[in-house]
Design a protein. Structure first.
Length: 471
């Protein structure tokens, strides 16, 4: 894994080297003065780039130019050193190699970030081309990487096999000690708690069988099985997994990026850490990279790392109980590359940024639509369609509702408007309404008593009342 804080140019160069080598490459930035001592040897190219706050000036002599740099520097004690020779033939180290580690003695990341701060002096009269950071990085890596590869090829893995076997057997012995302690405690409890006798007797029977089985197995056989399992994990490095290590009774495995093809779409979930208990315990899976949906790193892995194995749960438990961690991991890797629509924590489509489910589509439409849009919509599957006319009527003015006339509630609006106005007002109203211009309703409403003095000469009853008044 390459430090995401690295300059894109440096990160791209290191990613290219990782692809070219075919081995995992881990690169990070840290003070070499705080670098811990050598850890368990791993088939990984580890690059530590020094960083600090106090810069120092130093030259780098290339074939055609002299670079004058001012960067944080630290020189550590390494098995081998690489760099260049000055004009006097003196060795000038830029990095060191110990085992699978490359320790870069200066801040290579700053060299990429601030190229304009570098003084470049041609040595052959021709102005050099190319990024100074790339040139210095090539100078260091072209010498250091072959040394690391040579160390990896020549490394004797016997110590790692023995350490793996020791840790696994130690976990097993610790478990057996706990079984014996449980037997002693349970035997004492049997005498005082008669109601628990049957359960405790059955439990002790199981524990004694485990102890007997453990003691029947020859230690050399267990060691041989552990050696073979270690070799199997080594074959997976660079293929299905990036690395594995035993810590505190757990086998911790880091996977390569997981990809899953479902219904023609390739889902990329990033890398995971799988924790397998060497004794009693549960499997935990945590997402290290990739997109999470509501905190879920995978459709079948919960936010706290609990996997839902479904119909392979008993098989995984049986393999772990038998101590076959290699086969258990192989099954779990297949599990991470598969999907079942019947029992996910989250639907896999939620990892597709272009996917939108029906509920989301309806909610999005509802947020953007007007009350009138919902009231006249013909999508009766939408949960917001039911009652849309009533919501529109409640929050719309009577005049706007009458003018709309797109649903049955406009009749209620006409009646409400009629109840709030006199017959004379409705007669002269110009709105497209049932009561607008209804002279007969006006006359029936007041029995002709208000026709006298009415100024609406266009009313057909106006002339009748005028003639009646003359008689």
């Amino acid at each position: 894994m390459i430090d995401p804080s690295f300059h894109p140019g440096l990160a791209a160069l290191l990613e290219f080297e990782e692809q070219r080598l075919g081995l995992p490459l881990e690169a990070s930035s840290r003070s070499l003065g705080t670098l811990p001592p050598g850890l368990t040897f791993r088939p990984v190219v580890e690059i530590n780039v020094h960083t600090g706050t106090v810069p120092a000036e130093f030259p780098v002599l290339m074939s055609d130019e002299l670079l004058e740099l001012k960067l944080p520097v630290w020189v550590s004690c390494d098995d081998s050193r690489v760099g260049f020779q000055d004009r006097l033939g003196r060795e000038c180290p830029l990095a060191g190699v110990t085992g699978n580690r490359i320790n870069v003695y200066f801040d290579l990341d700053q060299l990429f970030r601030f190229p304009d701060n570098i003084r470049r002096k041609p040595t052959n009269g021709t102005r050099p081309t190319g990024h100074a950071g790339n040139r210095v990085a090539d100078l260091v890596l072209s010498q250091a990487i072959p040394l690391v590869l040579k160390n990896i090829r020549r490394h004797n893995w016997e110590d790692e096999r023995k350490e793996y076997s020791r840790r696994k057997l130690a976990s097993r012995e610790k478990m057996v000690t706990e079984w014996r302690r449980s037997v002693t405690q349970n035997d004492s409890s049997i005498e005082d708690k008669t109601w628990e006798i049957r359960r405790l007797v059955e439990k002790n029977k199981e524990l004694r069988e485990r102890i007997r089985t453990h003691e029947l197995l020859h230690r050399k056989r267990l060691e041989r099985q552990a050696f073979e399992e270690h070799a199997g994990f080594m074959k997976l490095v660079g293929r299905g997994i990036r690395s594995f290590v035993v810590e505190e009774g757990l086998l911790k495995v880091t996977t390569h990026p997981i990809e899953l093809d479902f219904e023609g779409y390739l889902y990329e979930f990033g890398t995971f850490e799988v924790d397998l208990p060497l004794g009693e315990g549960r499997v935990a899976i945590r997402g290290l990279e990739g997109t999470k949906v509501d905190g879920y790193p995978h459709p079948h892995v919960s936010t706290d790392g609990t996997p839902c194995f479904g119909n392979i749960s008993s098989t995984v438990a049986q393999l772990l109980g038998d101590g076959d961690h290699l086969q258990a991991l192989t099954l779990i890797l297949e599990f991470l590359r598969s999907y079942s629509a019947e029992n996910p924590y989250r639907r896999i489509e939620q990892w597709n940024p272009d996917w939108e489910d029906e509920d989301t589509r309806h909610d999005s439409c509802y947020d953007d639509a007007s009350l009138s849009d919902c009231a006249t919509c013909d999508d009766w599957d939408c949960p917001h369609r039911d009652g849309a006319e009533s919501r529109c009527y409640e929050y719309t003015t009577v005049q706007d509702c009458i003018a709309c006339a797109a649903c049955d509630r406009h009749e209620d609006a006409e009646q409400a408007c009629r109840d709030d106005h006199s017959a004379q007002e409705c007669v002269v109203c110009t709105v497209d309404c049932t009561y607008a211009g209804d002279h007969d309703s006006c006359r029936e409403g007041h029995g002709g008593e208000e026709c006298t003095g009415c100024e609406n000469s266009s009313c057909p009853h106006f002339k009748e009342e005028e003639d009646e008044a003359e008689r």
